[in-house]
Design a binder for this molecule. Structure first.
Ligand code: GAL
Length: 715
C-alpha cells in the first residue's frame, strides 16, 4: 500500500521494516521488529571519517538513542571510483557495524551526485540553465533529470546496491537519491527539450491542440512542427505563460519519472523493503508537486529547515509539517532531515536553543511524523557544510547540542506509544495547489507582489491565532481523494488555476452544506492558464454572486481602508477588485478608499444548504484573524483552547484506535499557563518536558511542548 494522497488512502501505510531482534556487539538483545518506537537518527556519512572514529560513533549513537541512520547518500564516487571498478568494502563494514549496534539502515541508492569521471566521460549529463549556461561539477546534483546517459549509469548503480544489500538484515528502508530537484529541477538542455516535446505530445496529442492551449495566435508563436518547441529559455520578453506552466509541470513529472525508474529496480529486488525519497515541503521550495509524487513512494519522508529571517518561521514549520501529513494521507511520515542548531546556507545562520530543538522536533511529531532525524550525525571538518550543525558537533560529546540530542532521544523512547497514531482531521481545510503556486506568480500579472505561499500561510496563521486547527489540504485530493465533505469550513487562498471540474466540486461542497471562502486572485484561469471570461473570479462568479471587471493593484506599503464588520482600522493590501454583487449577497466589508472606494470587499451568500464567501483583497493580520474567527463560529467550530492562549499555544492532535494525543506547543519565548476544563477530559501526561500538569492547568515553559493523552471518545 502506498502513501497516496491522490486516492486519499488513510488506511495504513508501509513503515520502516525494523530489523529482527538480534544479539548486539555488547551481548544485549536488540528490540524485536514489532516493538513500537519513534525513529531517531540522522544522515550518517562514515566515509568522511577514518574507521577508528566509527566505534566512537556507535557508542555515542547508542547513548543518544539513535535507532536509524541514512547511509550512502553522497557515496557514488567512492563506491564506483571508475566506470569499471567498485568498492563496497567500507560500506559493508559500516552497515555491519551499525547492525551490530542495533541501528537500522535507511540505505541511499547513492545516485544523488554523480562522480567526476561520469561528467568527464559524458559532459552531456550536466544541466543547462535558462541562459544556456552549463552547470558544472564542483557542487552536487549536477545532472539532468532527463539525461539518458545519467540514467544508464545511475540505474546501474541502483542495481548494484540492490543486489549487494538486498539480504542485509539492517536494510530497513530504501532512500532514493536525495532531495530530488533541490538544485536541478529546471534544466533547459537539449535532453530536456526532447523530453518536454514527448511530454507535450502525450498531454495534447496534436499540435493544433497545443497551439490552442498555449494561445500561440498571440505574438506569432504558432508551432508547425514539434521540433520547434523548446523549454522556456531566456526570451526577448515575457515567455508564453502556458509554456512556462507546462514546463513547471513537466519538470516535476520528469523527476517523478526518474524516481519511479529507481523504485522499480528496488521493488523487484526487495519487494518487502519500503521505499522513500526525501521531499522538501518547506519554505518556497515549489518545483516538485509532492501531492502528486506521494503515490509513488511507500512512505512519505520530508526535510525541513527553519528560515531564521522569517518572522513567521515557526508557523511555517507547523504549516509544512501539516501539509506533509496531509500529503501522507494523515498516516505517519518520516522527518528525514532538520537541524539540531544552525545551518550553513542562509545569509545569517543562528544557533537553536535546546528548547527549540525539542519544540521543532515535537511539532513535526504532532503533525504525524513517526521518525525525527537530522542532517547530519557528526559535523564535518571539511567541505561546504562544515559549519552546518549536527547531532555530534565540532565541540564533541561534551557540548550542549549533544546533551540536548541525547536527552531528546530519551524522551522519544518515552513517546513510543504515539507511534502509528494518525493526525486527527481538523474541521477547517485550507486548499493548497501546486498549479496555482506555479501559475499565479508568473510574470505579466496585475501585481508581482502577491505570493501564493504567503497567502496560504496567512490564512493558516489566522486559524492558529484563533486557537483553531486547520488542515492544509492538497487541492488534488478534492477531485481524486476523500473530498471535502468532512470539513465545515474550506478556504481557497489564491486558487488561481481552477479547471471546471474543480470549480464544480467546490461549488458542490458549498451547496451540500459547507462554507467555501474564496480568497483574492482565485478562480481566474483554467488549467491552460486561459482566463475564465465574463468577469472575475470567473470560476466562482456564479457561486459567489459577485462580479469584478478590474484589478486594482496596490504598491508595496500601500493599503486601502476596510469598513464593516471588522476590527476598527482594518486594511487591505496588494490587490483589490471592483466587486459588484447580486441582490442576495451580504456585504461584510467595503473598501473605504483606494482604487474602488465604496465597493464590496468581503461578501457572503447562501449557496444551497451552505455558504460561499469572497475576500477581494489581502486583509491585514488582525482583520484576517477576525474573519477566520467569525467564519469558524458561524460554522459551529470553537477553539478547544481558552482565549487567553490563542495565538501563543497551538494544540495539535493525533489519534490511535483507543487514545487521543494532545500536543500543546508554546510558540512564544515566555512561559504560558493553559487553563484546563472539564471538556478537556481525563488527561494523562505522556511527556511533559519541563511543563507542569495540575488538575486544572498546564504550564508550559518558553518554547515548551507537552504531550498529554486521554481515552478516545469519538471516531
Ligand atoms: C539538505 C540536504 C543535505 C544537507 C542539508 C543541509 O538539502 O539533503 O544533504 O545539504 O540540506 O541543510
Amino acid at each position: 500500500m502506498s502513501a497516496v494522497v491522490s486516492t486519499g488512502s488513510t488506511s495504513g501505510v508501509r513503515w520502516v521494516r525494523w530489523p529482527a531482534a538480534h544479539t548486539l556487539a555488547d551481548g544485549t538483545e536488540s528490540l524485536p521488529a514489532d516493538a513500537a518506537r519513534i525513529g531517531y537518527g540522522a544522515d550518517y556519512n562514515p566515509e568522511q571519517w577514518p574507521e577508528e572514529v566509527w566505534a566512537d560513533d556507535m557508542r555515542l549513537m547508542r547513548e543518544a538513542g539513535v535507532n536509524i541512520v541514512s547511509v550512502g547518500i553522497f557515496s557514488w564516487a567512492l563506491l564506483q571510483p571508475t566506470p569499471d571498478t567498485w568498492d563496497f568494502g567500507w560500506l559493508d563494514r559500516a552497515i555491519d557495524l551499525l547492525h551490530a549496534n542495533g541501528i537500522a539502515v535507511d540505505l541511499a541508492t547513492a545516485t544523488a551526485s554523480p562522480p567526476p569521471w561520469l561528467t568527464e566521460l559524458h559532459p552531456e549529463v550536466l544541466p543547462v540553465n535558462r541562459l544556456g549556461e552549463t552547470i558544472w561539477p564542483g557542487g552536487r546534483q549536477q545532472w539532468r533529470p532527463t539525461s539518458p546517459a545519467f540514467r544508464r549509469y545511475a540505474l546501474a548503480l541502483v542495481e548494484k546496491m540492490a543486489e549487494r544489500y538486498a539480504q542485509h538484515p539492517a536494510l530497513s528502508m530504501w532512500h532514493i537519491s536525495n532531495e530530488l530537484g533541490c538544485h536541478n529541477v529546471y534544466d533547459y538542455s537539449d535532453d530536456a527539450a526532447r523530453a518536454f516535446r514527448t511530454w507535450l505530445e502525450a498531454r495534447y496529442g496534436t499540435l493544433t491542440e497545443l497551439n490552442r492551449a498555449w494561445g500561440t495566435a498571440f505574438w506569432s508563436q504558432n508551432y508547425s512542427s514539434w521540433s520547434q518547441i523548446l523549454p522556456p529559455r531566456l526570451a526577448a520578453t515575457h515567455p508564453n505563460p502556458t509554456q512556462q506552466l507546462d514546463f513547471a509541470r513537466f519538470s516535476s513529472d520528469a523527476l517523478k519519472d526518474y524516481l519511479v525508474a529507481e523504485r522499480e529496480i528496488l521493488r523487484r529486488a526487495t519487494p518487502e523493503v519500503p521505499i522513500t525519497t526525501n521531499f522538501m515541503v518547506m519554505g518556497e521550495t515549489r518545483g516538485m508537486d509532492y501531492a502528486d509524487w506521494a503515490a509513488e513512494v511507500d512512505l512519505v519522508s520530508n526535510d525541513h529547515y527553519l528560515l531564521v529571517a522569517d518572522p513567521a518561521a515557526f508557523e511555517e514549520l507547523s504549516f509544512s509539517a501539516n501539509l506533509t501529513g496531509q500529503i501522507a494521507g494523515r498516516a505517519p511520515w518520516f522527518l528525514m532531515e532538520h537541524s539540531t542548531s544552525a545551518v550553513n546556507w542562509q545569509p545569517v545562520n543562528q544557533a537553536k536553543t535546546p528548547g527549540q530543538l525539542r519544540r521543532d522536533s515535537l511539532t513535526h511529531l504532532a503533525h504525524g511524523a513517526d521518525a525525527i532525524c537530522f542532517f547530519q550525525w557528526r559535523q564535518s571538518l571539511a567541505g561546504a557544510e562544515k559549519f552546518h550543525s549536527a547531532m555530534l558537533p565540532h565541540a564533541g560529546e561534551n557540548s550542549s547540542v549533544f546533551r540536548s540530542v541525547a536527552r531528546f532521544g530519551g524522551e522519544l523512547a518515552r513517546l513510543a506509544e504515539v507511534a502509528g497514531s494518525r493526525t486527527k482531521q481538523a474541521r477547517i481545510g485550507i486548499l493548497f495547489d501546486w498549479d496555482s503556486w506555479w501559475a499565479s506568480e508568473l510574470d505579466s500579472h496585475p501585481t508581482e507582489l502577491l505570493r501564493y505561499k504567503a497567502e496560504a500561510m496567512a490564512w493558516y496563521t489566522a486559524a492558529l491565532a484563533n486557537g483553531l486547527q486547520a488542515d492544509i489540504v492538497p487541492a488534488r485530493s478534492v477531485l481524486a481523494g476523500p473530498g471535502l465533505a468532512d470539513y465545515d469550513l474550506v478556504i481557497a487562498p489564491m486558487l488561481y488555476v481552477v479547471p471546471d471540474e474543480l470549480a464544480d466540486a467546490l461549488a458542490g461542497y458549498a451547496r451540500a452544506g459547507g462554507h467555501l471562502v474564496v480568497g483574492v486572485f482565485s478562480g481566474i484561469a483554467d488549467a491552460d492558464d486561459h482566463i475564465h471570461p465574463g468577469g472575475y473570479p470567473g470560476a466562482f462568479r456564479d457561486l459567489l454572486g459577485v462580479r469584478a471587471e478590474e484589478f486594482g493593484g496596490l504598491l508595496a506599503g500601500q493599503t486601502v481602508a476596510l469598513s464593516g464588520d471588522l476590527p476598527v482600522g482594518s486594511t487591505g493590501s496588494l490587490l483589490t477588485h471592483d466587486v459588484s454583487v447580486a441582490a442576495d449577497v451580504d456585504v461584510l466589508a467595503r473598501f473605504d478608499d483606494g482604487p474602488f472606494p465604496g465597493v464590496p470587499a468581503i461578501t457572503g451568500r447562501t449557496a444551497g444548504a451552505g455558504r460561499a464567501s469572497f475576500v477581494a483583497t489581502v486583509p491585514d493580520r488582525a482583520a484576517l484573524v477576525a474573519l477566520v474567527g467569525r467564519f469558524a463560529t458561524d460554522a459551529g467550530i470553537h477553539s478547544p483552547l481558552p482565549e487567553e492562549v490563542h495565538g501563543t499555544v497551538q494544540l495539535a492532535l493525533r489519534q490511535s484506535d483507543t487514545r487521543e494525543y494532545l500536543f500543546y506547543i508554546n510558540h512564544s519565548a515566555l512561559a504560558v499557563t493553559v487553563p484546563l476544563g472539564a471538556a478537556d477530559g481525563d488527561l494523562t501526561a505522556v511527556d511533559l518536558g519541563g511543563s507542569t500538569l495540575a488538575a486544572d492547568s498546564l504550564t508550559l515553559p518558553a518554547t515548551g511542548v507537552a504531550v498529554l493523552s486521554r481515552a478516545r471518545t469519538e471516531t
